[in-house]
Design a protein around this ligand. Structure first.
Ligand SMILES: [Zn+2]
Length: 482
């Protein structure tokens, strides 16, 4: 315990990108399975919609929904930065430009790092995913933030270059990226900064699931590696800080689904006469958004009615200020996503509960050529992992109380005895704590929000389902009837 003579509590906030809770088994991930048995396995955790990485990275950082933090999609269309196309939030220089454009702030609400800093606590953050995802863990750089490609602030970047020669190139594998960030964390950041909160974002199993599919042999091998690596890392933490002082929140940023069928929404819009060409900027499509520009804005109602009839569309949400034009539509606020950066129309692809070749349920239609993906409003994409163990946490419990990625920032602040700012809308997960109520003692209810669309083939019903506890609502899924 050389690095923790005062026995202070040290909290870990760890993301395994895209890890589905049903991937955690005694065979696939023995260490994580054991930790889930020792602590609390939260079976009803929720990612925010759209179920994509950068959106959820910002939700974890702020304890807020996209409608408050403003990263409403994995790519954003900001005409004054690029009028021709949307830019990926994986590109941190774009995020910085966006912040500069809007007076210096990328996220509209306080971040976990800022609140901790204000209370005299220290956070360090490392990530092996895209630089943008890592940057979103602490965009005002309240402590060192290290990615495999770069680091912030400049002094940390210079020190890493001095110690290790250079950052990694684009060709580096995900295993090399993980290795790099763990090395920097363990050899440099932990002894140098004496953090109270350690944030780690691992890019797997997301990367290999996209490429090879859920529970494929390649993914099973990656999960075993990750599990062993993390077990060794946990052993190091116990030696440095003392097992009795550690609390770990291990989660994923979203679930995952197998791609059943490919569609080309841009081509469909061209053929229907709404878009001049697949790359024209009259309608700019991102993962879950259609941004309308110029005369396309005047055709909003026609475009909405066309999308309502398309079989690959699994959900549609209209920006709230446009509802008068299409009152039958479900507003973006129904999925907590209405923001000034939001597109006119948000959408999700149609999904089903069918099983893949390895018996894993959850299919989606998608535009990409990958084996599997996320982003839909299916329960398989929304339900994400949350396993919590260590100091202050109940032992050997399974919780089916609904909770969300936005609940972790306020819960961690409570553990540090810091009052969360009022902007943090997430719930304090009191039922996880030793002194908190039993999860099964909490009353959970459900409700729905329904919209009906008149199409050439008949009526289609869009139903959003929520679970509720203690005045908090969680989006479980959105279904659009065929
Ligand atoms: Zn992800």
């Amino acid at each position: 315990m050389a690095e923790n003579p005062d026995n202070r509590q040290i909290i870990l906030l760890v993301v395994w990108d895209g890890l589905r809770p049903d991937m955690i088994t005694a065979e696939r991930t023995p260490f994580l399975y054991r930790m889930a048995q020792q602590g609390v396995f939260c079976r009803a955790n929720h990612a925010v919609f759209p179920t994509a990485t950068r959106i959820n990275s910002a939700a974890l950082t702020t304890g807020c929904y996209p409608g408050q933090h403003g990263i409403v999609d994995n790519e954003l269309y900001i005409p004054s930065i690029d009028a021709q196309q949307a830019v990926s939030c994986a590109d941190w220089t774009f995020l910085q430009k966006l912040a500069d454009l809007e007076g210096g702030r990328l996220l509209d609400v306080p971040t976990l790092g800022e609140v901790l800093q204000g209370a005299g606590k220290k956070m360090v953050s490392v990530g092996s995913g895209s630089p943008g995802t890592t940057y979103l863990t602490d965009p005002t750089i309240t402590g060192p933030v290290v990615n495999w490609a770069t680091a912030w602030p400049h002094s940390a970047k210079a020190e890493i270059e001095r110690r290790y020669g250079s950052f990694l190139s684009l060709e580096a594998t995900s295993a090399e990226r993980n290795q790099f960030i763990f090395q920097v964390l363990q050899d440099y950041l932990m002894p140098e900064y004496q953090p109270d909160l350690i944030r780690i974002w691992l890019t797997e199993p997301d990367h290999s699931q996209h490429q090879h599919g859920l529970a494929s042999p390649e993914v099973v091998a990656i999960l075993a590696d990750l599990d062993q690596h993390f077990e060794r890392f946990w052993g190091d933490l116990e030696e440095r800080y003392g097992q009795e002082n550690l609390t770990c929140f291990l989660l994923s940023d979203h679930g995952f689904t197998t791609i059943s069928k490919r569609v080309d929404p841009d081509q469909a819009l061209v053929e229907a006469g709404f878009k001049a060409s697949p790359t024209s900027n009259d309608i700019v499509r991102t993962s879950n958004s259609f941004y309308l520009t110029g005369s396309a804005q005047d055709r909003l109602g026609d475009i909405v009615r066309f999308l309502q009839g398309e079989p690959w569309v699994g959900a549609l949400f209209l920006r709230d200020d446009l509802l008068e034009a299409c009152p039958e539509m479900m507003p973006q606020s129904a999925v907590f996503g209405n923001h000034r950066r939001s597109s006119e129309i948000m959408f999700a692809y149609q999904w089903s509960a069918a099983e893949n070749a390895h018996g894993i349920p959850g299919y989606t239609i998608d535009a990409s050529s990958m084996a599997a993906t996320h982003g839909s409003a299916s329960p398989y994409a929304i339900n994400n992992t949350l396993v919590v163990w260590g100091k202050g946490i109940k032992q050997g419990a399974v919780s089916t109380v609904p909770c969300s990625i936005i609940d972790l920032a306020p819960t961690i602040l409570h553990l540090f005895e810091i009052k969360p700012p009022r902007e943090m809308v997430g719930r304090f997960l009191y039922e996880l704590l030793e002194e908190g109520p039993l999860p099964e003692a909490l009353v959970v209810t459900q409700d729905t929000w329904e919209a009906t669309y008149q199409t050439a083939a008949g009526l289609r019903h869009q139903i959003a389902t929520y679970s509720k506890v203690g005045g908090y609502r969680y989006l479980d899924q959105v279904r659009l009837s065929p």
